[in-house]
Design a protein around this ligand. Structure first.
Ligand SMILES: [Zn+2]
Length: 179
């Protein structure tokens, strides 16, 4: 069985080995645009997928992408966070990403922190811990309210703004007046 946290290309390159995958339906457009094949079994917030005495709870956390999810491995008290909670550089540039929605989603995730002790992210250090969620919310809010300092960086030929904090970074579109 395959469950995708989201459909960015670095997360779906093995999908063709499966006839179907579990994914939030908001990812379908991006998934197909990147050539994703097979059927999608839609998951939604609060769904439980039981892989055999191991219930996994889906937590819908849009922002990094429109259909990003985190997966709570309930009995192991582990959160699988996809790209949304990690200490590397979090991609928030290009139009299918939404930083305000990301902040809302992380605030929602922080209401679950009594249900997990450890986070398995897709990038950066492994593992990370629930305190990181609070830091990411603060960092993203500083970008929104204009108090964060960014510097221009090149990402696959696209000019983006990198906001680097001690705990993680955000790669964002360059704000209008700074191009
Ligand atoms: Zn990724």
């Amino acid at each position: 069985m395959l469950l995708n946290t989201h459909a960015d290309p670095d997360h779906i390159s093995g999908n063709e080995g499966f006839d179907y995958c579990y994914m939030h339906p908001n990812e379908e457009d991006v998934y197909r645009a990147y050539g994703g094949a097979g059927s999608i079994l839609p998951v939604k917030d609060n769904d439980i997928i039981d892989i055999g005495n191991r219930p996994l709870k889906i937590i819908f956390i849009p922002g990094h992408t429109p259909g990003s999810i985190a997966v709570l491995d309930i009995n192991s008290r582990v959160l699988i966070s996809g790209d949304s909670v990690q200490d590397g550089n979090i991609f928030m540039f290009r139009k299918h990403r939404n930083l305000s929605l990301y902040i809302e989603s992380l605030k929602k995730l922080s209401m679950y922190t009594h249900e997990f002790n450890i986070i398995y992210p897709s990038h950066g250090s492994f593992p990370v811990y629930p305190e990181l969620i609070t830091s990411l919310i603060e960092g993203a809010e500083q970008i929104i309210n204009g108090t964060a300092e960014g510097k221009v960086a090149d990402m696959f030929g696209t000019q983006v703004m990198l906001y680097k904090y001690p705990y993680a970074g955000f790669l964002c579109d360059i704000p209008e007046g700074k191009k």
